[in-house]
Design a protein around this ligand. Structure first.
Ligand code: NAP
Ligand code: ZN
Ligand code: ZN
Length: 356
């Protein structure tokens, strides 16, 4: 008997999210069933719910920053037991065989990983769903390989957004060897941006925030930023030229990046994290003149996600959150559109309406 599940889902690109019921698969031998307690609200959820990054399949329950407690396990599950505190991020499956999967970089799985929501469900027969459904729901069934342990030192609500915002910023910081002496700039102080600041600071870097206004300056400094620049301030941008080794660009909309490339020092890299679908002009001369690079990065592998969670527990790092009830999700999306988020909405799933 598939598991009856309550959720909040998008039903069309231009309609508000609404209560939705569906079924999850019963645990297969390698599966973990999780009682979801909290789910973070990522800007990617909004992009997908509104078909901004391509047409979505509706109804679609978003959510890939899942934190909860194990409710049941399949016969072959060895890593988890009922009652464990666990998380699920952006992936619930991958091929496990390609060179990326073998390297522990499941996010770059060559045939493609299975996204936590909106992806073709490999177990459609057992779940009764053509596509995967995400964490804006009361529970989820996931293969143990894609389940993370949430250390006891981290509260489940403030840990939930680490499963996407945390790992997506941690992965490039590690890939580009950020540590003491690194000069790191973070563009956009939203969900991803605030985690980039905290993590880079904890790794020993000198951190600068580039934001569209001075509204978040005091918060940025509290999170560990040493400098704060408004990116429309041409004089300040000019003064900061050639001063960063790494720029983590988290902007969620089309924007001008040429000015920001000038901020890179020799051999510096700007890593694009925002899911913008329009072209962003990059000019060759400023790149070649200082051997600068513009790169991209997608979430992070399962092994490094666990490393990030353990690092956060050790350093007392979690997300700054504003907890909401599921029926406040549409208002939260409107506020996210206006960059009015401090710094991640987290949905309290105990407040889901009972099934009709
Ligand atoms: P968010 O919380 O909404 O933050 C985005 C921030 O970008 C805003 O707070 C704002 O910062 C800045 N911003 C927004 N519009 C802007 C504009 N027109 N010009 C300049 N700055 C602007 O979003 P998020 O959840 O952090 O996600 C950020 C982006 O990363 C989204 O596109 C999301 O889909 C994507 N993402 C990618 C990955 C990946 O694997 N690469 C993973 C997760 C999310 P200020 O107020 O400081 O200006
Ligand atoms: Zn996300
Ligand atoms: Zn693979």
């Amino acid at each position: 008997m598939p598991i009856a599940t309550r959720a909040f889902a998008a039903v069309a690109a231009d309609k508000p999210l609404e209560p939705f019921s569906f079924t999850r698969r019963d645990p297969l031998p390698d599966d973990v069933v999780i009682d979801i307690q909290y789910c973070g609200v990522c800007h990617s959820d909004l992009h997908m719910a509104r078909s901004e990054t391509g047409p979505a399949h509706y109804p679609l329950a978003p959510g890939h920053e899942i934190a909860g407690v194990v409710a049941a396990v399949g016969a072959d599950v060895t890593r988890f037991k009922v009652g464990d505190r666990v998380g699920v991020g952006c992936m619930v499956d991958s091929c496990r065989e390609c060179s990326s999967c073998q390297a522990g970089e499941e996010q770059y799985c060559i045939p493609g990983f299975t996204g936590t929501y909106g992806a073709k469900d490999r177990f459609a027969e057992q779940s009764g769903q053509p596509i995967t459904q995400g964490g804006y729901s009361d529970h989820i069934t996931v293969d143990q390989h894609f389940v993370l342990s949430i250390p006891d030192a981290l509260p489940l609500d403030a840990a939930a957004p680490l499963l996407c915002a945390g790992i997506t910023t941690w992965s490039p910081l590690k890939e580009w060897n950020v540590g003491p002496g690194s000069r790191v700039a973070v563009i956009g102080l939203g969900g991803l941006g605030h985690m980039a600041v905290k993590l880079a600071h904890a790794l020993g870097a000198e951190v600068t925030v580039l934001s569209t206004s001075d509204r978040k300056k005091a918060d940025a400094e509290r999170m560990g930023a040493k400098h704060f620049l408004i990116n429309k301030d041409k004089a300040a941008m000019k003064a900061a030229a050639e001063s960063f080794d790494l720029i983590i660009n988290t902007v969620s909309a089309t924007h001008e990046i040429a000015d920001h490339v000038q901020l890179l020092a020799r051999d510096g890299t700007m890593v694009m994290l925002g899911l913008t679908t329009e072209g962003l002009p990059v000019y060759a001369l400023p790149l070649l003149w200082r051997r600068r690079r513009v790169a991209g990065s997608l979430i992070g592998g399962i092994r490094e996600t666990q490393e990030m969670l353990d690092f956060c527990a050790e350093h007392g790092i979690a997300c700054d959150i504003e907890t909401i009830a599921p029926d406040q999700i549409n208002e939260a999306y409107e506020r996210m559109e206006r960059s009015d988020v401090r710094y991640r909405f987290v949905i309290d799933m105990a407040k889901l309406p009972q099934a009709a």
